[in-house]
Each structure stands twice: as structure tokens, then as C-alpha cells.
Design a protein around this ligand. Sequence first.
Ligand SMILES: [Zn+2]
Length: 211
Amino acid sequence: MVHRNRSRVRRATVSRVGPVAASVLHRTDNLAPPRDPAAVWGRRRVLLLNATYEPLTALPLRRAVVMLLGGKAEMVHEDPSGALIHSASRSIAMPSVIRLRVYVRVPYRARVPMTRAALMRRDGFRCGYCGARADTVDHIVPRSRGGEHSWENCVACCAKCNHRKADKLLSEIGWTLHAVPRSPTGQHWRLLSTVQELDPSWERYLGDGAA
Ligand SMILES: [Zn+2]
């Protein structure tokens, strides 16, 4: 289905945004429906930065375009493909990274959700036991023995170590960890743990987490 729709995807990339009255700029449902919403408008994400360039979230393309047209945000990086989006009165480049014109305070949230991708990034894609390239996640205290699925109880792990460790405790096999696993903090980690695909042009705004 994805392959069959490839040509439609390309057309939807430059589909018309449609007439946008100033009074409805904060709404997204007044934009002309794209021909294939699931393909481009639905999947594509734009990195939204605060006025201070701190990453905030990954927006659906449609919302990013509305913010640009409404003057709430400005373009930081255009999509390298050079695609254009047409509205009734103007054309704008397809955004990749946009920035709020006015700073917003972000409410403090204590825990960054743990995902496999974010855990791998935290540990630099290295096994917490031997330092080899990691491709699995190990529960330090095995789940079968009451271990939690948490930042503190999980490490990136190579397949070999994971297989050897199985459901044993570190104390039982005399292994040690290279570092004490902790929960990362910061908005860029929140983004890294929730966004599936990171656009390469976002990396420089994602700070430590993008290492
Ligand atoms: Zn290992």
C-alpha cells in the first residue's frame, strides 16, 4: 500500500493549504484536506523550538504550517527537498525546524518516559557490562525476580552478555556495571523518548541526548 501510493505522496507534499483567514489561524481544521492525509500530513513531523532554541516537541506538519502562516513561529530550517506549500496568498518552504516567536514556559515534569530508543541513546549504544555494541535491553534485576522496567533497572546490553546473564543477579555472577543507570532529565530527552524518527536536521537542537 505504501509503495502503491508513492506518486500520490509526492503530489500531496506540494498540495494546497487552501484559503486561511486570519481569524482561524489557530485552528487546524480549516485547512483544505490533503489528498492523502495519512501519507504526508499525518506522518510528517516538524521540530518546534522555544524562542530560546530549546526543543519543545515534534509537531504534525499541518500545525507547524498554521503556526508559520499565523506568525506564531518562524522558520529555522527548511526541508532540504525544497518542497513548497501553497496557501491562498503565498508559498512557504516545507519546514523542518521552526521556532516560537514568543517564549513559553514549559511545565516541569519529573520523569522522562523510558523507551528502547532513548535508553540506547542514554547508554551510547554500548553494552553496560562489556562495552561492546549493544542491541538488546537488559533488566539488571530480572523481571522474573521483581525487577522494574525503569531507567534505573535497565541498561543497553550486547546479545552475548544478555544471553549469559539470563535471569541471574549481578551479585550471583560477579558482574559490575560501567555506570549507575539513571533517568535522564531535560526536554530534549522527552522528545528523544517519544519521537520515532528523528530528522537529521534536528540533531543539533537536541543537545546531549543526540550524542
Ligand atoms: Zn556485553
